[in-house]
Design a protein around this ligand. Structure first.
Ligand code: DGT
Ligand code: CA
Ligand code: CA
Length: 575
C-alpha cells in the first residue's frame, strides 16, 4: 500500500480543520498546519523513511507525537486520532471553512443551531434569510456569505459533465487499447453522473507487466504529470482537467470501484456498516481480520453489509442505504423510456433548423413525438412569435404532420412569464395549442417572495402546462434566481401541471434534490432537450443522468407516456 507525502500532509490539514471546529487549543492546531507544510516540502517519501526505520523527529515541525502518526498511517493505513475526530465532526463541515468570513466558531454555530453541514445547505439557508436569526449574523453577513459561496464555486474549477465526457471517453478508449489491460472504468463523480466534475478517477485492471502507466503519462493530451508510480498516477490534461489513474488487481476491482466512485459520504456510511459487522472495508476489499471475504465485484461489497447493489447516481448518503436495506430503491429511469420531447426551437425563433429537420432528428433519436415550442414575442432577442406568426406555425405543423411518418409534432410555445405573472400571449391563442411551456427570462433579481408569487400566478393560468427550467441557473455561470422551490412544487401538485427537467448540460434544471422532491410530492417532470438544432437531442441523456440522481422512475416522468396517453393527459390538464 503506497502512502505518499501528500496523503500524510492532507491528514494533518484535515486534523487541523477538525480541531479548529472543535475549538481545540490553537497551538495544537498550528502544530498540525506546520507539519503539513513540512511534509509537502520534503524531497523524499516518508513511507520509505519509515520502512528504513529512520528517525522522523529530525524533520522540521515533526515531534514525537506527529512522527508516531506518520508511522501509524504508513503501517496501518489509518490514523485513529483522525477517525476519532470524524466521529465527532461531520466531514463536510470542513468545506464551510473555505468560505471567507466563516471561521470555525461560526461553522460550529451553523451546525449546532441550523443543522447546516454542507455548502449547499448554507447557501439555501442564506438565501432563505435564515442566518440572520443567529447571533453575530446580520443581513450584510448573509449577503457576503452568498457572494462568497458563488465565488468559491467558480474558483474551484469544475467541469460540466458534458465537457468532461469529451475528454474522458477517448482517454478511456485509449487506455483500453493498451496490451494487457482488461477493464477501464471511469469512477468518481463522473460515474455518479454529477452535473459537474472536479477531476476524473479512472480505474484499470491489467496483467502484471502491462505498460498502461507509461502509456497513460505519454497520452498526447497530457500537459503535466503531477505524479506517477507503479499503481497510481495523476496528470493534468491540456484542458486543465486532472485525471487520477489507478491500476488495481482484478480481485479488488469491486472494492476499488466502490471506494473511488464515492461519494465520500456514502463510503463512510458503508464502512460504518462494515465495522458493525466486524468487517474492514477499503479500496482493496472487504476483510474479516486478515482474510478478504469480498471485493471482486461491487455487488459483493454491498452484499457483505447485507445490501443490494445501489446505483452510483444514488450514492450521496441521502437515504439510499436505508432505502436499499428496506428494499425501497427506485427502479431508475433509462434513456429508452423516453417517448418524446416537449421543448425545442426552430428557425422561427432562435433555433438553427427548420421544423422538418428537427422532426426527423427527433425520430432518429428514437422519439415518437416532439413539441415545437418557439419563444413568444416578449423575448424579442430570440425573435419570439406573436399571435399571428404562432397561428401560421400551427397550420404549418398540421401540414407537416400529414407528410411525416414515425414522428408526430405537437403544437406548443415557450411563453414568457411576464413580471406580474401573466403570460405573454392571450388565452384565445394558447387554447389552440397542445401544450404551453412557461418560462422566466427576465427580472431575475426579484426578491424570493415576488419571484415565487410571479411563478405561482403563471402556473394558475388556464393554459399553463410545463414550467421550463424552473430555477433559471446556468451551471458554473449564473446562480438560480431566488425562488421558494418547495412552494412551486406544491403549487404544481395542486394545479396538476408539470415541471421541466431541462436537459441542456449547462442547465440541468431542476437540480437533483428538487427532482426528488417533485417525485415525492407526486409532481410529474418532463425531461426536455430544449434543442435549438438537430444535434440537441443527444442532450437528453444528460437529463436522464440528472433524473436518476433525483431518484426518478419511468412513471415520474411525463414524456415516458406513449403519444396517445400523453395527449389524453394534456387534454385533461388543459381543461
Ligand atoms: P469531484 O472530483 O470533486 O467531482 O468528486 P469525486 O466524488 O469524484 O471526488 P474525488 O475525485 O475527490 O474522489 C473520488 C472518490 O474517491 C470519492 O467520490 C470517494 C473516494 N474518496 C476520495 N477521498 C476519500 C476519502 O478521504 N475517504 C473516503 N472514504 N473516500 C474518498
Ligand atoms: Ca473526481
Ligand atoms: Ca480524484
Amino acid at each position: 500500500m503506497s502512502v505518499h507525502n501528500e496523503d500524510i500532509a492532507a491528514i494533518f490539514d484535515e486534523m487541523a480543520d477538525l480541531l479548529e471546529i472543535e475549538d481545540a487549543n490553537p497551538f495544537r492546531v498550528r502544530a498540525y498546519r506546520n507539519a503539513a507544510r513540512s511534509v509537502r516540502s520534503l524531497g523524499r517519501e516518508l513511507a520509505e523513511m519509515v520502512a528504513k526505520g529512520e528517525d522522523l523527529t529530525q524533520l522540521p515541525g515533526i515531534g514525537k507525537d506527529l512522527a508516531a502518526k506518520i508511522v501509524e498511517r504508513v503501517q496501518t493505513g489509518k490514523v485513529r486520532a483522525l477517525e476519532k475526530l470524524h466521529r465527532k465532526v461531520p466531514a463536510s463541515l470542513e468545506d464551510l471553512l473555505h468560505i471567507p468570513g466563516l471561521g470555525p466558531k461560526r461553522v460550529r454555530l451553523l451546525f449546532d443551531e441550523l443543522g447546516i453541514e454542507t455548502l449547499e445547505q448554507l447557501a439555501e439557508a442564506a438565501r432563505a434569510g435564515r442566518l440572520q436569526a443567529l447571533p453575530g449574523f446580520g443581513a450584510k453577513t448573509e449577503q457576503r456569505i452568498i457572494d462568497a459561496i458563488v465565488a468559491h464555486r467558480t474558483q474551484e474549477r469544475r467541469f460540466l459533465y458534458s465537457v468532461a465526457r469529451q475528454y474522458a471517453e477517448p482517454l478511456a478508449a485509449y487506455l483500453g487499447e493498451t496490451p494487457g489491460v482488461e477493464r477501464v472504468v471511469i469512477a468518481g463523480s463522473y460515474r455518479r453522473g454529477r452535473e459537474t466534475v472536479g477531476d476524473l478517477d479512472i480505474l484499470v485492471t491489467a496483467v502484471a507487466d502491462s505498460p498502461v502507466m507509461d502509456r497513460f503519462t505519454a497520452y498526447d493530451e497530457v500537459a503535466e504529470v503531477i505524479s506517477s508510480g507503479t499503481t497510481r498516477a495523476t496528470v493534468i490534461l491540456r484542458s486543465g482537467l486532472q485525471v487520477d489513474l489507478r491500476v488495481v488487481p482484478a480481485h479488488s476491482l469491486g472494492a476499488a470501484l466502490h471506494y473511488f466512485t464515492g461519494s465520500k459520504a456514502h463510503n463512510i456510511q458503508i464502512r460504518r456498516l462494515g465495522q458493525q459487522r466486524g468487517l474492514k472495508i477499503n479500496e482493496y476489499g472487504v476483510f474479516k481480520g486478515e482474510h478478504a471475504i469480498a471485493g471482486e465485484s461491487e455487488e459483493s461489497v454491498f452484499a457483505s453489509v447485507g445490501l443490494p447493489f445501489i446505483p452510483p447516481e444514488l450514492r450521496e448518503n441521502r437515504g439510499e442505504i436505508t432505502a436499499a436495506r428496506e428494499g425501497r430503491l427506485p427502479r431508475l429511469i433509462e434513456r429508452r423510456d423516453l417517448h418524446g420531447d416537449l421543448h425545442c426551437h426552430t428557425r422561427a425563433s432562435d433555433g438553427h433548423a427548420d421544423m422538418e429537420t428537427m422532426a426527423i432528428a427527433a425520430r432518429e433519436a428514437g422519439l415518437e413525438y416532439l413539441a415545437i415550442t418557439d419563444h413568444s414575442r416578449h423575448l424579442s432577442v430570440a425573435h419570439g412569435l406573436d399571435e399571428k406568426r404562432l397561428l401560421q406555425q400551427i397550420e404549418e405543423i398540421d401540414r407537416l404532420n400529414e407528410r411525416l411518418h414515425g414522428i408526430t409534432l405537437l403544437k406548443g410555445i415557450e411563453v414568457d412569464i411576464l413580471e406580474d405573472g401573466s403570460l405573454d400571449l392571450p388565452d384565445s391563442v394558447l387554447a389552440q395549442l397542445d401544450l404551453v411551456v412557461g418560462a422566466v427570462h427576465d427580472h431575475f433579481g426579484l426578491s424570493e417572495k415576488k419571484q415565487t408569487a410571479r411563478i405561482l400566478r403563471a402556473m394558475e393560468q388556464k393554459y399553463f402546462t410545463i414550467f421550463a427550467h424552473p430555477s433559471g441557473r446556468l451551471l458554473l455561470k449564473r446562480e438560480a434566481y431566488a425562488v421558494d422551490m418547495p412552494r412551486v412544487v406544491e403549487a404544481a401538485r395542486e394545479r396538476g401541471c408539470f415541471l421541466e427537467l431541462n436537459a441542456q448540460p449547462l442547465r440541468l434544471d431542476l437540480k437533483d434534490t428538487h427532482c426528488r422532491l417533485a417525485r415525492e410530492r407526486g409532481v410529474l417532470l418532463s425531461i426536455n432537450s430544449d434543442s435549438h438544432g438537430p444535434g440537441g437531442f443527444g442532450n437528453l441523456v444528460c437529463g436522464i443522468n440528472q433524473a436518476r440522481r433525483g431518484w426518478l422512475e419511468k412513471d415520474d416522468v411525463l414524456n415516458t407516456l406513449p403519444l396517445s396517453k400523453l395527449r389524453k393527459r394534456l387534454r385533461e390538464m388543459m381543461g
